[in-house]
Design a protein around this ligand. Structure first.
Ligand code: F6P
Length: 554
């Protein structure tokens, strides 16, 4: 990185977009023609992406693409793939894309053969997973493993748990995973309940191996294991057979008492929130098996290749990332909904929250200069149709602009038929998808007052029952929720996040804000436990809240 980031507001394209936004009066009813839909329907690997119901026209599209060019997006993208230190504040390469390079690819970064390193660990992960899946790896009393408990938080939890849920049909029978993340003791209490220690394997997953939550939960689990195993079990052998670790800090793993032979490494060039396809995915590999995990990686890689090589106009992450910039900086949107019409993706929005908001929640550019524009939308969502009966009202008729991504699959995980009392048989997935199609239609095209009147609605209710329309959506479809398609979807959002961060000139790969909370929790801890001197050092509100806690605690 030689020169500083471009302030995007100084570009010609930014000025043009400002003028276009002022003059823009959307009318999706007239602008969504067959020709427009054809132009704005893109493919990326197995994903079929319809951008046509977004609020933009050809001039806006051209100006957004010019903005990408003027801020140097394409060079920045190439620098990431090449392993340059684009994580400037931590002076690190950003190479999650290397985690899914095929074994015959070639990439040397900072003197290291990255592809060889990645595949060396992957082979160990696969071999270990096979031993657990086949029953060759046993607990200390010789029984095969039936439950894998991943202990981790943030990027060491959200990806594995999301994918474990999403790929439920691919799991091996008789082998379940549980995930402990929160330092709220309820989490460990609930997840350990009913477990048989003799058949449980714990994976301590932590990039730094210094995260308070994870180390506390790991100690709780170790104590629980030793307490509940048969009393003649040798403690060292018990830990060796029931605990493995995934980390970049293998020395700290050894200090914890885990055999380094049972530890799987990764590298500082993998951000926590970009790590689920590293050894951090070990619990998932055990659950779905190496072949399906390899399919997942191939899906990631297919999207990487699309992002790296497709022309900007046809490049789905670039187009979606630029539309998000348009909504955030020119149309005053503050949030972005992700609405999967797939129950198996029920943890996908939570996963995306860390990916997008930890990455782009920044108010200085990567050289430390303050941004003079909004960054980082609030990402949120729930699966349809549940969300329809909860918050869609605000998207349909509220005063706020909420761009939304709708995600659906042609073939369901479970094909069920509903037999009506009249003797008709209905494919329930089609009922489900009818909602998916109808919602984006209603959001885009609304219902005019005249249409409401024509239905015979009383005049005094017409306003309340009118839908303004022009609510933007992107529809993302794929043949089915396979491991490969899941990898494509995740990589799509990784690269959308990258595109937005690149336009804003921020470092999307650090997270200094989170570090402050960690430090303060350490500093307040003694006051919570009753240290009067530390309590005195706190602000009046914190003192009062801790006082309430200490009086109420039973
Ligand atoms: O929440 C902050 C964070 O640093 C995340 O970026 C990271 O994914 C998480 O903590 C867990 O960190 P680690 O894997 O080092 O335990």
């Amino acid at each position: 990185m030689t020169s500083g980031p471009v302030d995007p507001t100084t570009t010609g394209a930014w000025g043009r977009l400002t003028a276009l936004a002022e003059a823009y009066t959307p009318d999706l009813r007239s602008s969504v023609t067959a020709e427009w839909v054809e132009q704005q329907t893109l493919s990326a690997a197995d994903l079929h992406v319809d951008l046509s119901k977004n609020l933009f026209d050809a001039e806006v599209e051209a100006a957004l693409l010019a903005l990408a060019d003027e801020v140097g997006l394409f060079g920045h993208r190439d620098a990431m793939f090449a392993g340059e230190h684009i994580n400037v504040t931590e002076d690190r390469a950003v190479l999650h894309t290397a985690l899914r390079l095929p074994v015959d690819a070639s990439l040397h970064v900072d003197g290291q053969d990255v592809v060889a390193d990645v595949h060396e660990v992957l082979d160990r992960v696969y071999a270990f997973a096979e031993r657990v899946r086949s029953g060759e790896w046993t607990g200390v009393t010789g029984r095969r493993i039936e439950t894998v408990v991943n202990i981790g938080i943030g990027g060491s939890d959200l990806g594995p748990v999301m994918a474990y849920e999403a790929l439920e049909p691919y799991r091996q029978d008789g082998l379940a995973c549980r995930f402990i993340s929160n330092i709220d003791p309820t989490d460990a209490g609930q997840k350990l309940a009913g477990l048989d220690p003799e058949t449980t394997l714990f994976i301590v997953s932590s990039k730094t191996f210094g995260t308070l939550e994870t180390l506390t939960n790991a100690r709780l689990c170790k104590a629980w294991l030793l307490e509940h195993l048969p009393s003649d079990s040798d403690p060292a052998a018990a830990v060796a057979q029931h605990f493995v670790a995934v980390s970049t800090a293998l020395d700290k793993v050894a200090d914890f008492g885990i055999d380094p032979d049972n530890a799987f490494g990764f590298w500082d060039w993998v951000g926590g929130r970009y790590s689920m396809d590293s050894a951090i995915g070990l619990s998932l590999v055990i659950a779905i098996g190496p072949d399906h995990f390899a399919d997942l990686l191939a899906g990631f890689h297919a999207m990487d290749e699309h992002f790296r090589t497709a022309p900007a106009q046809d490049n789905v992450p670039i187009r979606m990332g630029l539309l998000n910039v348009w909504y955030t900086n020119f149309l005053d949107a503050h949030t972005h909904a992700v609405l999967p019409y797939a129950q198996l993706l029920h943890r996908f929005p939570a996963y995306l929250q860390q990916l997008t908001m930890e990455s782009n929640g920044k108010s200085v550019r990567w050289d430390g200069t303050a941004v003079g524009y909004d960054t980082g939308e609030v990402f949120w969502g729930e699966p349809g149709t549940n969300g329809q009966h909860a918050f869609y009202q605000l998207i349909h008729q509220g005063t706020r602009l909420v761009p939304a991504d709708f995600i659906a699959f042609a073939t369901p995980a479970y094909a069920l038929k509903d037999a009506t009392p009249e003797g008709q048989s209905t494919d329930v997935h089609e009922l489900f998808l009818a909602n998916f199609f109808a919602q984006t239609q209603a959001l885009a095209f609304g219902r005019t007052a005249d249409e409401v009147r024509a239905e015979g609605v009383a005049e005094e209710l017409v306003a309340a029952r009118t839908f303004p329309g022009n609510r933007p959506t992107t529809s993302i479809m794929a043949p089915a929720l396979t491991p490969g398609v899941l990898g494509q979807l995740i990589a799509l959002y990784e690269h959308i996040t990258f595109v937005e961060g690149a336009v804003w000139g921020i470092d999307s790969f650090d997270q200094w804000g989170v570090e402050l909370g960690k430090q303060l929790a350490q500093q307040v801890g003694p006051a919570v436990s009753g240290d009067p001197d530390v309590l005195d050092e706190q602000d009046p509100s914190t003192q009062s809240l801790i006082g309430y806690y200490r009086k109420q605690r039973r």
